[in-house]
Design a protein around this ligand. Structure first.
Ligand code: PEP
Length: 254
């Protein structure tokens, strides 16, 4: 049953797809489908190089612009990296700790904690990804594993700001193996309980999303769960009509 009191969030993670022209084309098409929908929080995270050139399109839209990653340092000898300072005038949100960055770029909970803090320091909303591997899931150790991720990232963070956590089981990412909505609801509800036991986060505004093979056919099965506050979408967000349909569906709940 839909919880009519919750406001839903949809995050698009375009990953390393789309040059500037195709990003612009996709933005224009997505806006034409659902820019008029104000009841859903909509955040698009294009590749970093396209953020500043797309900024003017977003400025007068109902969409927010986010980054897919940031460096935790303010400036310095970090070749190839981009700091929050450099992006803070253009973005309102940033994803940190995506499993692809943990696996491919050796990021760990410690780096992710620093990135989260760097974003909060500049009033950018962090979208912090957590999630277990298939081995942990099959051993039924998901809750223990996620609690460690949450503790290592958040136990020293003291904030009243908004924080978004995206629960993305690694085995469900890639548009082929969506997790069971009841399982996701159980995990998110237990994770929220665990987070509420972390004293310094007690006044933070927390939302928890699900990410992993969400599309227009299955989106409502997640957003209609009591504790799931929205979704993070990879593959399906690269198709304007599919992504537009997802937003329309959750705004009308049909
Ligand atoms: C992701 O990688 O964050 C993701 C949710 O991807 P997909 O929707 O393709 O599973």
């Amino acid at each position: 049953m839909i919880n009519k009191n919750k406001s839903l969030t949809v995050v698009a993670n375009w990953k390393m797809n789309n040059d500037f022209n195709s990003s612009l084309d996709l933005v224009i098409k997505i806006f034409s489908y659902c820019n008029m929908i104000k009841s859903v929080e909509k955040i698009i995270c294009p590749p970093l190089v396209n953020i500043i050139p797309l900024y003017d399109q977003f400025k007068n839209s109902s969409f927010s612009l986010g980054a897919q990653n940031i460096n935790e340092n303010k400036n310095g000898p970090y070749t190839g990296e981009t700091s929050v300072n450099m992006l803070k005038n253009y973005i309102s949100h940033a994803i940190v700790g995506h499993s692809e960055r943990r696996a491919g770029f050796h990021e760990n909970n410690y780096n992710i904690k620093l990135k989260t803090q760097a974003l909060l320091d500049e009033n950018i909303v962090p979208i912090v990804c957590i999630g277990e591997s298939i081995e942990i899931y099959e051993r039924k150790k998901s809750i223990d594993f996620l609690n460690v991720q949450i503790r290592e990232i958040f136990s020293e963070i003291n904030t009243t700001n908004e924080i978004i956590i995206a629960y993305e089981p690694i085995w469900s990412i890639g548009n082929k193996n969506p997790a069971d909505p009841k399982y996701v609801e159980m995990i998110i509800s237990k994770s929220k309980d665990y987070i509420s036991s972390i004293k310094n986060l007690k006044d933070a505004k927390l939302k928890m999303l699900y990410g992993g093979s969400v599309n227009s056919k299955n989106i409502l099965s997640y957003t209609n769960q009591k504790n799931i506050d929205g979704v993070l979408v990879g593959s399906a967000s690269l198709n304007a009509s599919e992504f537009g349909k997802m937003i329309l569906k959750i705004s009308s709940n049909e």
